[in-house]
Design a protein around this ligand. Structure first.
Ligand code: HEC
Length: 183
């Protein structure tokens, strides 16, 4: 009788010790309650489709059928120093080889393949920003396409935003720079 009481008192002591030491109670069912909430975790199940008629928050079209459909696109990227700097860098990497560093078709290959002067009125006045973006995206007759490979048949070298930065530079930086270079 005395012995049994001693036993149960020991058990209670062990249980109390276990409850008091956090590392010993990690395996209790309620230890994971906070983690296993009735919510959808990352990678769990199929992605919920966007509600009908949702529009991208940035409003930047990533899929346009062709150059013609780009003509009236509104340029979503503000012209500022950062955009012009980015556009200038990209222009010098991707466009200058054919159209020349100052855009005046002064590159060695320009006359051979018919790369045009991008500083004249034909480009600066008569082309919309959308058309320029569309030309970079889909290419022209000889001119290569820099849009998304597969979907738009281009090289995927320039993102949607990067193409608009190039447009900003074409319309707001290139002519000024070519005039300085000519002096
Ligand atoms: C491999 C040479 C080459 C490269 C690189 C190139 N172009 Fe061209 N581009 C041409 C040629 C050739 C034409 C004229 C024939 C044509 O329309 O395809 C042209 C035409 C254009 C036109 C006039 C389109 C029209 O409707 O008449 C624009 C604008 C233009 N290029 C901008 C760019 C920009 C911006 C880049 C860089 C992202 C670039 N090009 C890179 C060769 C090139």
């Amino acid at each position: 009788m005395k012995c049994a009481t001693n036993h149960s008192m020991k058990r209670i002591a062990v249980l109390l010790t276990a409850l008091a030491v956090p590392s010993a109670v990690l395996a209790w069912p309620w230890s994971q309650d906070m983690m296993n909430q009735p919510s959808i975790k990352p990678q769990e199940g199929a992605m919920t489709p966007f509600p009908a008629r949702s529009v991208p928050v940035m409003g930047i079209p990533t899929k346009v059928a062709n150059r013609e459909a780009s003509r009236d696109l509104v340029n979503p990227i503000t012209v500022n120093a950062a955009s012009l700097k980015e556009g200038r860098t990209l222009y010098r990497i991707y466009c200058a080889a054919c159209h020349g560093l100052t855009g005046k078709a002064e590159s060695p290959v320009a006359s051979k393949i018919g790369a045009i002067d991008l500083t004249d009125d034909y480009v600066q006045q008569s082309m919309t920003e959308g058309w320029l973006w569309g030309t970079i995206t889909f290419g022209s007759y000889v001119m290569p396409a820099y849009g998304v490979a597969g979907e738009q048949g281009g090289s995927n070298d320039l993102t949607v935003e990067e193409r608009w930065h190039v447009v900003n530079y074409l319309k707001n930086g290139l002519v000024k720079e070519s005039q300085v270079a000519a002096k």
